[in-house]
Design a protein around this ligand. Structure first.
Ligand code: PEP
Ligand code: MG
Length: 574
């Protein structure tokens, strides 16, 4: 029977397909034995080989803003797959107990869960989730016949929640859309789904109860609707939406060479957040002003060894060369907190890592490493314009120390006869509330400012950016966030310092009018969203938006901000 579920649209697009329901992961396998132990071992090892291959493909396909964080999960899971403790344990269970591979997985999982449960450290205890995911993947691979490895093309996944890594894989397998019972619109998965143009509906609380495997579904990712057993009207509406989206993509492509100019003639500078070669090429092709954020941790997270000066220099130089004379903004290392690396650089036993040795704090503690990184950046400046950006700044003193070190590095390299740019602008990420509030005291020593809304929202609202349980609490649509953004942008504009937003907020077209109203004229975002944001800017009247700023700043809550957005800036948020 036809049924409409109303939820939240997290990634636009329309899909028609059959449901595949994935119930929350519990390895419900009952005890079973095999005759042929060797065949069972071979079956298990083949499944592990398949999963390793999948991980490898995922890692290769990974690029863009989420590369560092998602990549880290994949690397960790790949390491677990090679873990002798895990593998040997499974082999022993199958050999000695003559268990099926499935049951051995379950026993091994339960054994490890007991070990993890007994750990004092909360972080380590939570790592059982990773074991669960890896064991879940092996279990899924055990039941996939060869012909099935193409997966679930044409299906719509209905699940409790989804990890960013899974989204990549599902899309490559031809999954048309994803519906989750939990999740939020600003989660990493939602951000990634939008970049992948994969329709995603979140917070569909009834989905797991009301949808069965094989049900025909229509998903409207823009409006957050799921229709079970659609009727003729629903199918017509789906076809119309699909046509509209296709037309829209075509129109967007026409904007590749157009300026990012508002209707009243204000030019907005669109920078790219780019790390991979593909992102850089795309940024270039779409007419990005330059690279507004290059996250260098990407180089440190991908390898088990620290990259030396030459390795870093080559990466930065290639970035500069790739942008053919457009400025690139290279951010100094921002490992720590959730961005743990494999080199052992980030501390792992901090009681409160998000408030611990992260970003510039780590760089200033490890000045050998910091100097190496600055030397590589300064050397790259000999090949084209480079700006140096410092993450997690919380006070003036940190920028004084960085400025002094940069000055010395430049002098040393000149002394050594290296080609160095005439000027290397130095900027600070404003992503810690104290830096935003204390900015009047040190803006004079900055050449530019980049506002990291991902962290600013997290630290200002005390809402962990990675905790999906907190859902809608993590949002830039909060009066405190808007007022602080306004203070920073106003001050920077008054002092003639270039200021941009480089957090995910900049990549959301619906937020563009709001940021323009706040006085922003530069945004930095992943190239996948650049054309959509350009189109949103071209629909804005910057003068009119700024006239209506007082009403925006008077909003008491999210509802008030959304009302302002509807009144002055078109439809409701994402
Ligand atoms: C931010 O915090 O907004 C930001 C761009 O930095 P990252 O997401 O790398 O922490
Ligand atoms: Mg940040």
């Amino acid at each position: 029977m036809r049924l409409v579920l109303t939820a939240h649209g997290a990634s636009r697009g329309s899909a028609l397909g059959r449901a595949r329901v994935r119930l929350p992961h519990v390895l419900e396998v009952s005890e079973a034995h095999v005759e042929d132990v060797d065949a069972e071992l071979a079956r298990l090892h083949e499944a592990i080989r398949v999963v390793r291959g999948e991980m490898h493909i995922l890692r290769e396909r990974l690029h863009g803003a989420l590369a560092s964080e998602v990549g880290e999960f994949i690397d960790l899971h790949a390491l677990l797959l090679d873990d002798p403790e895990l593998l040997h344990g499974l082999d022993t269970l199958i050999r000695n107990g003559r268990y099926t591979a499935d049951y051995a997985l379950r026993l091994q999982r339960d054994r490890l869960a007991d070990v993890f449960a007994g750990m004092d450290d909360a972080y380590l205890r939570s790592r059982i989730d990773d074991i669960d995911q890896v064991i879940g993947r092996i279990h899924a691979a055990l039941h996939r016949r060869d012909a099935d490895t193409q997966g679930v093309a044409g299906e719509i996944l209905v699940t409790d929640n989804i990890a960013p890594t899974e989204l990549l894989q599902l899309q490559s397998q031809g999954v048309l859309a994803v519906i989750t019972a939990g999740g939020s619109m600003l989660s990493h998965s939602a951000i990634l789904a939008r970049s992948l143009h994969l329709p995603l509906v979140v917070s569909a609380q009834q989905a797991l109860q009301k949808i069965n495997d094989g049900d025909v579904l229509v998903v409207d990712g823009g409006n957050g609707l799921v229709i079970r057993e659609p009727d003729a009207n629903d199918l017509r509406a789906h076809r119309a939406r699909t046509r509209d989206y296709a037309r829209e993509r075509k129109q967007l492509n026409r904007l590749r060479r157009e300026p990012s100019r508002t209707v009243d003639g204000v030019d907005i500078k669109l920078w790219a957040n780019a790390e991979s070669r593909e992102d850089v090429a795309e940024a270039h092709a779409l007419g990005a002003a330059g690279v507004g954020l290059y996250r260098t941790e990407f180089l440190f997270l991908n390898s088990a060894r620290l990259p030396d000066e030459d390795a870093q220099f080559r990466a930065y130089r290639d970035l500069v060369l790739g942008m053919t004379g457009r400025t690139v903004t290279i951010r100094t290392l921002d490992v720590g907190a959730d961005k743990a690396d494999r080199t052992g650089l980030a501390l792992t036993d901090e009681p409160n890592p998000a408030l611990g040795v992260r970003g510039v704090r780590l760089s200033l503690l490890r000045d050998d490493l910091f100097e190496t990184q600055l030397r590589a950046m300064v050397r790259a400046s000999g090949y084209g314009p480079v700006r140096v950006l410092v993450p997690m700044v919380c006070c003036r003193e940190e920028m004084v120390a960085v400025r002094a070190l940069l000055k010395r590095v430049i002098e040393d390299l000149k002394h050594e006869g290296q080609a160095v740019a005439e000027t290397i602008p130095l900027g600070a990420m404003i992503e810690v509330p104290s830096a935003a509030i204390a900015l009047p005291g040190f803006i004079g020593m900055l050449d530019f400012i980049s506002i990291g809304t991902n962290d600013l929202v997290q630290y200002l609202l005390a809402v962990d950016r990675n905790n999906e349980l907190l859902g809608e609490l993590y949002t830039p649509l909060h009066p405190a966030v808007l007022r602080l953004l306004h203070d920073v942008i106003k001050l920077a504009n008054k002092r003639g310092k270039p200021v941009s937003v480089c957090g995910e907020m900049a990549a959301e077209p619906l937020f563009a009018p709001l940021l323009l109203a706040l006085g922003l004229e530069e945004l930095s975002l992943h190239p996948a969203r650049l054309l959509e944001v350009r189109r949103a800017i071209r629909d804005c009247d910057a003068g009119a938006l700024r006239e209506n700023l007082p009403a925006l700043l008077r909003a008491h809550d999210r509802i008030g901000i959304e009302k302002w957005m509807q009144a002055f800036a078109g439809p409701s948020p994402v």
